[in-house]
Design a protein around this ligand. Structure first.
Ligand code: SAM
Length: 295
C-alpha cells in the first residue's frame, strides 16, 4: 500500500514513522509513505500557498492551485490539471482515494481504517491555517476525514494517525494478525483456530465494544493482585469475565457504543448484572471488577 501526503511540513513525517510497526512495515515493503511539499507546486518567488478569505474574516486559506498541481504530479487528474506522475496510466488503473484532513469531515473510525487498509493507494491532503479552499473538498477530494471532535493546527497529525492505524491492519504488518481482530471497536471477525491454542478463543472479538482489561506479571504488584479468575486456568470463566469487564468498561467510558452493537442474550444478562451491581455497591458507575484501588 502507498500513502502520499501533501503538506507544507514534509519534514514532520521523517521522525514519526521511524519506530515500531510502521517502520517495520516500510522496511518490509508492505507500505510506502511519501511526503510531498505543497510549496513545490507554487510558481511565485515567495512560494505562496495561502491567501485571504473571500468575504472577509479571520486567518488565511490554502489556495486550490498548488493542491491541484500536487495531485496532478501524483498522476491524479485534478480540476483539469494533466496528470504527470507516478500512477500507472493503464485503462484499469484505479484512482487513489484522496482524503482531505478536516475537522468538518466524517469521523475516522476503526471501520474506516479497515476500509482504507483494503486500498492500494491513499493520498492525504493536510490543511493548515483557517482551512482549505472548499473547492478542494467539493471537486477534488473523495472524502473529508476528521480524527476527532477537536481542532488541530494542521492536518499532519491527523494524517499520521490515519497512516498508523491503517498500516497495522495491513496483513503482515503486525506479527500476530489475530491481535488486530480482537481489539476495541473491532466488529466480529471469524477467529482463526490457532487463537484457541493459548486461551479461550470466544473471548477474543470485542464485537465493536471496548477491549477487556489486560494484566501481566507480577500477579501481585505492591498489594494489587490480578483478578483471581485470570490465574485459575478455567477458560470458560475467563471468557465470561472478559466479556463482562469489556461490557462494564464500555458502559462506563463509551455507553454510545452499546447502542450500536448487536448484544447477545448473554451480553444482556451480564449488563443487567453490572447495572444491578452499580446500583447496590458500585462506585462512580464502575462495575466492581473495574473499581480503582484508591487506598
Ligand atoms: N477552520 C477550521 C474549522 O473550524 O473546522 C479549522 C482549521 S484547522 C486550524 C487547520 C487544519 O487542520 C484543517 O484544514 C485540517 O486539515 C486540520 N485539522 C484540524 N482539526 C482536524 C481534525 N479534527 N481532524 C483532521 N484534521 C484536522
Amino acid at each position: 500500500m502507498r500513502f502520499d501526503v501533501v503538506t507544507i511540513f514534509p519534514g514532520f513525517f521523517s521522525g514519526v514513522f521511524e519506530h515500531g510497526i510502521v517502520r517495520r512495515a516500510q522496511a518490509e515493503g508492505l507500505v510506502t509513505i511519501a511526503a510531498h511539499d505543497l510549496r513545490a507546486f507554487t510558481h511565485d518567488r515567495h512560494r505562496t500557498v495561502d491567501d485571504r478569505p473571500f468575504g472577509g474574516g479571520e486567518g488565511m486559506i490554502l489556495k486550490p492551485e498548488p493542491l491541484a498541481e500536487a495531485l496532478g504530479s501524483l498522476g491524479i487528474d485534478a480540476l483539469g490539471i494533466e496528470p504527470l506522475g507516478i500512477a500507472p496510466k493503464t485503462e484499469n488503473a484505479v484512482r487513489p482515494q484522496v482524503i482531505l484532513l478536516s475537522a468538518q469531515g466524517q469521523r475516522f473510525t476503526q471501520g474506516v481504517a479497515r476500509e482504507l487498509a483494503g486500498l492500494d493507494r491513499v493520498v492525504l491532503l493536510c490543511g493548515r491555517y483557517e482551512g482549505v479552499d472548499e473547492r478542494i473538498s467539493e471537486h477534488l477530494a473523495d472524502r473529508e476525514v476528521s480524527i476527532g471532535d477537536y481542532v488541530l493546527s494542521g492536518g499532519e497529525l491527523g494524517a499520521a494517525v490515519i497512516m498508523d492505524t491503517v498500516t497495522r491492519l495491513i496483513p503482515g504488518a503486525v506479527g500476530n494478525q489475530n491481535s488486530t481482530r480482537q481489539e476495541s471497536f473491532t466488529e466480529s471477525f471469524p477467529v482463526s483456530p490457532d487463537l484457541s491454542a493459548g486461551g479461550p478463543s470466544a473471548t477474543c472479538g470485542s464485537g465493536g465494544l471496548l477491549d477487556y482489561p489486560h494484566y501481566t506479571r507480577p500477579a501481585d504488584f505492591r498489594g494489587m493482585a490480578v483478578p483471581e479468575v485470570l490465574v485459575n486456568g478455567n477458560h470458560d470463566q475467563i471468557r465470561s469475565w472478559r466479556r463482562k469487564t469489556a461490557l462494564a468498561k464500555t458502559l462506563r467510558n463509551r455507553p454510545d457504543l452499546l447502542e450500536r452493537v448487536a448484544l447477545t442474550e448473554e451480553d444482556k444478562e451480564l449488563l443487567a448484572q453490572i447495572k444491578l451491581a452499580q446500583g447496590t455497591q458500585g462506585e462512580m458507575g464502575q462495575a466492581p471488577s473495574l473499581q480503582k484501588n484508591r487506598n
